[in-house]
Structures are given as structure tokens and as C-alpha cells.
Design a binder for this molecule. Structure first.
Ligand code: HEC
Length: 119
């Protein structure tokens, strides 16, 4: 007697799996597009903070030097022992030959932070 040969199993994958693959592919593509687009829409640094360096060069470097090293009779600000709050207060009111920094409170805070970052 001849043993019946087992039929070759048909591909068990139902057609829906291909549709699922396309769906997952589209989802991943959409995620990649979002990740590429979002950083442009929302910069990580607040604009006022980014401008502090520019404002320093325009308003402060003339007395304190481009890197806060001090100039002539004017004090060094890099590595100042003053706290951020003290600097904000100084920028708000000025002192002696130091003119007040005419700007928004956000800009004064950003400037104080910038000066504190100078080493
Ligand atoms: C006309 C010159 C002049 C300009 C412009 C100027 N400063 Fe000053 N700054 C001074 C003088 C003078 C002092 C010392 C004040 C005092 O204590 O009598 C001073 C002090 C400071 C101090 C304190 C330093 C310390 O350790 O005691 C900081 C911080 C400072 N300035 C930051 C700034 C920033 C930021 C700007 C720009 C927005 C600026 N200054 C613009 C003259 C100037």
C-alpha cells in the first residue's frame, strides 16, 4: 500500500496581514515626518534667552568686554560673585557708572543668566 503524501501546507497568512503591514508602515512614516517637523515649529530655547548674547555685545561689552573680562576701569563680570537676583536688581536700577538696562523683565532675567554663565 502506498502511504498518502501529506499535502504541502498552504500559506497560513491571511490577506489582512499585508494590509496591517501597510498600515504600520504609514504610521511609522507619519511619526518620522512629525519628528522632523516639530523641532522647527518649537525652538528649545526661548527667544529672549537667545538674544541675551547679542544684547550683551550691543549694550554691555563696551564696558565689560566681549567675554566679560572687564575693560579699563570697568569691572570684570565673568565669574561674578553676585547672584542672578542681584544682577537683575543692578540691571533694573543701575549703580554709579553702570547704566540701567532698559529692557523687559524677561530680557533682564535672560541677561543675568547669560552673565552668570560667563566664566
Ligand atoms: C558705561 C559702562 C557700563 C555699561 C554699558 C554696563 N556696565 Fe555693568 N557695570 C559698570 C560699572 C561701573 C559697574 C560697577 C558698579 C558698582 O558696583 O559701582 C558695573 C557692574 C556690573 C556688574 C556687577 C559685577 C560685580 O561682580 O560686581 C554686572 C553683573 C554688570 N555690570 C553687568 C552689566 C550688563 C549685563 C550690562 C549690559 C546690559 C552692563 N553691565 C553694562 C559699567 C557698565
Amino acid at each position: 500500500m502506498v502511504e498518502p503524501v501529506a499535502p504541502i501546507a498552504p500559506d497560513p497568512a491571511p490577506p489582512v496581514s499585508r494590509i496591517t503591514l501597510v498600515g504600520v508602515g504609514l504610521f511609522v512614516a507619519a511619526l518620522v515626518v512629525l519628528l522632523l517637523v516639530i523641532p522647527d515649529a518649537e525652538p528649545a530655547v526661548a527667544p529672549d534667552e537667545m538674544d541675551a548674547g547679542k544684547m550683551y555685545a550691543q549694550k554691555c561689552a563696551i564696558c565689560h568686554g566681549a567675554a566679560g573680562e572687564g575693560k579699563g576701569k570697568f569691572v570684570k563680570v565673568a565669574g561674578t560673585v553676585k547672584s542672578e537676583e542681584e544682577i537683575v536688581h543692578l540691571l533694573e536700577n543701575g549703580k554709579g557708572d553702570m547704566p540701567r538696562f532698559d529692557a523687559s523683565s524677561e530680557q533682564r532675567a535672560a541677561m543675568a543668566k547669560f552673565v552668570k554663565g560667563m566664566k
